[in-house]
Design a protein around this ligand. Structure first.
Ligand SMILES: CC(C)(COP(=O)(O)OP(=O)(O)OC[C@H]1O[C@@H](n2cnc3c(N)ncnc32)[C@H](O)[C@@H]1OP(=O)(O)O)[C@@H](O)C(=O)NCCC(=O)NCCS
Length: 181
């Protein structure tokens, strides 16, 4: 059996065949309206992780820049996003998340995502916080309109900033700059 490899690519450097493949699978897994412009929609920056079996991409996911306002202070974390395993049930999802955690460990950054696929993430080394999304409110920077999403458990790795620990130590609202990442 071949050992899977990991390729990490910055959003602006993504080849077209990679973005086409991700959009094909986003449509299949998330619905027809879920296609992305990978070089624009992940502003200001994102890194994408690819699990490869030889030349074939078998799973992928992203870490994107998220700006947060919490207790009057600004924080920068990485949003765990775009997680799809193309060949399911072969351990590729697990390998993908391990690679993303290694990156977070190496950089010391905090990674946070929201999911309804908690049963899978429980098998990874990410921490889980039930219904964590209820603490997070999107506030449109221009209109100040607020959007609350009520469905989703938190999956996270707390970085050197201890951001998640700080959030868990209060009940205050956390303002995010992207409604769904
Ligand atoms: C969720 C997903 C990424 C899992 O990927 P995968 O490659 O099939 O997962 P793995 O083969 O690495 O499985 C790792 C473990 O999780 C378990 N697992 C995987 N999917 C699961 C699920 N939906 N429910 C419960 N357990 C699950 C596996 O049984 C395995 O357990 P084991 O280690 O005890 O054998 C994949 O099903 C997928 O792409 N789903 C559609 C897109 C999606 O929902 N993404 C998440 C958005 S937040």
């Amino acid at each position: 059996m071949r050992i899977p490899t990991i390729e990490i690519i910055q959003d602006k450097d993504l080849p077209k065949n990679y973005t086409d493949l991700m959009n094909k699978w986003r449509k299949i897994e998330f619905g027809p309206d879920e296609i992305k412009h990978f070089k624009k929609d992940y502003f200001p920056s994102a890194k994408f992780f690819f699990v490869k079996d030889g030349k074939e991409i078998v799973a992928f996911g992203g870490l994107r820049d998220i700006s947060i306002s919490y207790l009057g202070k600004n924080h920068k974390i990485l949003g765990i996003c775009n997680i799809i395993s193309i060949e399911k049930g072969k351990g590729y999802g697990q390998i993908l998340i391990s690679a993303m955690i290694s990156y977070l460990k190496k950089t010391g950054k905090t990674g946070l995502g929201f999911t309804k696929k908690t049963a899978f993430f429980k098998k990874t080394l990410l921490n889980i916080r039930k219904d964590f999304i209820k603490r997070f409110v999107y506030r449109n920077p221009i209109t100040k309109e607020e959007i609350v999403d009520n469905a989703g458990d938190g999956i996270y790795y707390d970085g050197k900033d201890g951001f998640i620990k700080k959030v868990l130590s209060t009940n205050s609202i956390v303002y995010i700059d992207i409604p769904h990442w």
